[in-house]
Design a protein around this ligand. Structure first.
Ligand SMILES: [Zn+2]
Ligand SMILES: [Zn+2]
Length: 166
């Protein structure tokens, strides 16, 4: 079975080291806006996974994991609707008090997120449960390690910012 909308949990050891966070922590939000504008131009104002145009669009960083050499590589950035994006970061949204509070503030609950997963993937909740369990297994294993990060095309912009920060 092909899962179109997957759950991708970032290992806890690199949680605060996303491109977005590094820009934010070094007051370079303009760079993030540039990236968003570039994606809008290239891909239009719609969710890259489900195609919806009627919801808030948030840029999501897609990472590849070289589990042997412990290298986390940024492979793409696309706009996702807020529901697809919540599925990607399901640990926060469905499994923390903060996530529950934020969902409530947005007039949503956990069923909205799970139902969105099932609708996009055309599956039932059993499939969601299995995918979630598997994602948490991978997360637990990867969170045991420090990861070397590869920001690919953004290396040149990012490295000096990291040096200043830490
Ligand atoms: Zn979507
Ligand atoms: Zn994201």
């Amino acid at each position: 079975m092909k899962i179109k909308l997957t759950i991708e949990l970032v290992p806890s050891t690199v949680w605060f080291s996303s491109l977005y966070n590094i820009f934010k922590n070094s007051s370079q939000q303009a760079l993030w806006r540039d990236i968003k504008n570039m994606i809008f131009k290239k891909e239009g104002r719609k969710c890259w996974v489900c195609g919806r145009t009627d919801r808030r669009l948030e840029a999501h960083e897609f990472w590849d994991y070289d589990d042997k050499n412990k290298i986390q590589k940024l492979v793409a950035i696309h706009h996702l609707c807020d529901l697809c994006h919540k599925v990607k970061h399901i640990g926060l949204w469905l499994h923390t008090d903060k996530g529950a509070r934020l969902l409530d503030q947005q007039g949503l609950d956990s069923f909205d997120v799970v139902n969105h997963f099932c609708a996009v993937n055309n599956c039932d909740q059993d499939v969601f449960d299995k995918c979630e369990e598997e994602a948490f297994k991978v997360f637990a294993e990867r969170s045991k390690y420090q990861w070397k990060q590869d920001f690919d095309a953004y290396e040149k912009i990012i490295r000096p910012l990291i040096k200043n920060e830490y």
